[in-house]
Design a binder for this molecule. Sequence first.
Ligand SMILES: NC(=O)c1ccc[n+]([C@@H]2O[C@H](COP(=O)([O-])OP(=O)(O)OC[C@H]3O[C@@H](n4cnc5c(N)ncnc54)[C@H](O)[C@@H]3O)[C@@H](O)[C@H]2O)c1
Ligand SMILES: [Zn+2]
Length: 247
Amino acid sequence: MTTSTIRIDERTRVLVLTGAGISAESGIPTFRGADGLWENHPIEKVASMRGFVDDPILVWRFYSQRRADAKAVAPNAGHHALARLEERLGDRFLLATQNVDGLHTKAGNARVVEMHGTLWKTRCSRCDREPFDDEEVYLGDLPGCGACAKRGESALLRPHIVWFGERLDPRDLARIDAFVRASRGSRLVFLAVGTSGRVSPASELVVHARDAGAETWLVNLEPSDNQGAFEHVVHGASGAVLPSLFV
Ligand SMILES: NC(=O)c1ccc[n+]([C@@H]2O[C@H](COP(=O)([O-])OP(=O)(O)OC[C@H]3O[C@@H](n4cnc5c(N)ncnc54)[C@H](O)[C@@H]3O)[C@@H](O)[C@H]2O)c1
Ligand SMILES: [Zn+2]
């Protein structure tokens, strides 16, 4: 536990980056907590276009299971602390998350950039129709794209998730960048929570924020790969640390 605090005043803007660690106390395993495996399949196999082409039923079973798991859990004290912080800061707050579980939104955060997509949307694997809300589980029959079918083409629907080897949506990165740039002349705080600092470009946000003059904080259970880039490091569980971090 820590007595560290981040002082918030009317000039403070806060950019938060979260990773799987913030959802661990809700019962969703981190990447490492799951041993990087699912039913003995390497995660890369169920979370890549190559894996989807090879075995779409397996990939949809994996995401159906993740939808069911995420639906069954609730946000924890760490998520709630960030929801309260957004209430306090309004437009001076932005939350970028690598999580796809939707727990930040469930906790009440609205200014959220889901950099790696979300479990709760589906899109077409071929056409560029907008991703749509979807809570279905697909265990046997594979979902096809109705829009493609109307043109006489056949295409599978896929989860709206950024898979290994895929690019992040440039609009998401632009939104984060715009927040950082709009912070010139104010005090910017960058806070990373529950992330191993291994997945780029999320792991580089700390450097981007620091270059823009941000004060940088990391709250993580274990040392992260990029923790040397942070000015302030708090080792602890986010559900225990975040509720008393902001004063
Ligand atoms: N909940 C989810 O949506 C979810 C779950 C697993 C993996 N993923 C994906 O896997 C990738 C892995 O990257 P990552 O950095 O997000 O996760 P990661 O699993 O690589 O790292 C999680 C980090 O959180 C820390 N941690 C664990 N419990 C914590 C707690 N209670 N409080 C604070 N820190 C805690 C660990 O020490 C670890 O460093 C991401 O791309 C992410 O999209 C998402
Ligand atoms: Zn389509």
